[in-house]
Design a protein around this ligand. Structure first.
Ligand code: UDP
Ligand code: GLC
Ligand code: MN
Length: 335
């Protein structure tokens, strides 16, 4: 018997998306993807890459981390003036992020920068609408484009490109462009303001330490915003003085960790996996994560292998899948 929350059923057309055009950012993307898996996401995980990513790097974007690796054309603003105001001449290529609107096989997506680390399950982000994002710590009337909810659409994609061609982007990267495109974000709809804990900028903590002391433990996604990234810094377990050190150590711990199991196969080791058990765990987990259970589906029981056979239409009518067996399982469950 499998009981699925609606959020699980719709999971196939929803995805987390990141971008990596260089070896370094591939490393970041990998860690971010692993952290999503570790916290049991039920959504797909997609990475956009450029053609300069080598086959070895591609290999390292391990199949079990990313459901899809999609090669996209790089877009670069080449806008040296605005990028120099940002102090980040290398960020012209972040315009490539806009290609995420082309992922139209998904209905809703959450973009996460490759320099983010997920600390808790954040599947509830899919309950938000385009364009939801957290305030930028430097200019809170702008959103930070390291974490945002969007709806892939070719129409929006071409409007974004036209907007870029016409108005440029005021920081030379995607964040300036997206903020001038979704320009009423600051004032129109508070539900599109993600709490800061969904995009906690590790470098901005010190500007408001009392708030961090009070709310920091609720952090869901930490963002290593700025020119210095975790992969530039050394892993040192004795570094526990500052919060940044602790986040940094968490990043390196994730980097070195074993690949976490994919949600759904969580505890479902293929031989002994009882789908009821796995589903109950999923159910309990979604409840703890605050999901609303809006739909209950009773499908089948037994191992994942058996489930896959069932899905392919190989039904064991006289044996495991006999009406008597299904009824027995239902009775046990209802009891
Ligand atoms: N990025 C990339 N290649 C680059 C620069 C950036 O793939 O050369 C992507 C990557 O996903 C990264 C995002 O664009 O996380 C935004 O850049 P970054 O995180 O460095 O900007 P910050 O958040 O520090 O302003
Ligand atoms: C910001 C964002 C980053 C974005 C960059 C360029 O600092 O954190 O995601 O790519 O600006 O616009
Ligand atoms: Mn970033």
């Amino acid at each position: 018997i499998q009981i699925l929350p609606l959020s699980f059923l719709s999971a196939a057309d929803q995805a987390f998306v990141t971008l990596a055009t260089t070896e370094d950012y591939c490393m970041g993307a990998l860690v971010m993807g692993k952290s999503l898996r570790r916290h049991g996401t039920t959504r797909k995980i997609v990475v956009l890459i450029s053609s300069s990513v080598s086959p070895e790097q591609l290999n390292s974007l391990h199949k079990r981390v990313f459901d899809e690796v999609v090669q996209v054309d790089v877009m670069d603003s080449m806008d040296r003036t605005h990028l120099s105001w940002l102090g980040r001449p290398e960020l012209g290529v972040t315009l490539t992020k806009l290609q995420c609107w082309m992922l139209i096989k998904y209905k809703k997506c959450v973009f996460l920068d490759a320099d983010t680390l997920v600390l808790q399950n954040v599947d509830d982000l899919f309950e938000r609408e385009e364009l939801s994002a957290a305030p930028d710590a430097g200019w809170p009337d702008c959103f930070n484009s390291g974490v945002f909810v969007f709806r892939p659409s070719l129409h929006t994609h071409s409007r974004l490109l036209a907007h870029a061609a016409h108005y440029g982007c005021f920081d030379g990267g995607d964040q300036g462009l997206l903020n001038s495109f979704f320009k009423d974000w600051a004032v129109k709809d508070i539900s599109k303001h993600l709490p800061f804990v969904y995009n906690l900028s590790s470098s901005a903590i010190y500007t408001y330490l009392p708030a961090f002391q009070t709310f920091g433990h609720q952090a869901k996604i930490v963002h290593f915003l700025g020119a210095v990234k975790p992969w530039h810094l050394r892993y040192d377990q004795s570094n526990k003085d500052s919060y940044l050190d602790q986040f940094l150590n968490m990043w390196w711990a994730e980097y070195r960790s074993q690949m976490p199991p994919i949600s759904g196969e969580v505890d479902g080791n293929q031989d002994s996996g009882d789908m009821l058990h796995v589903s109950m765990k999923l159910l309990m987990r979604s409840m703890t994560n605050g999901h609303h259970l809006t739909h209950i589906l009773i499908l089948s029981h037994y191992s994942l292998h058996h489930r896959r056979m069932w899905e392919k239409g190989h039904v064991d009518y006289m044996g495991k899948d006999s009406f008597e067996n299904i009824k027995k399982k239902l009775d046990i469950f209802l009891d």
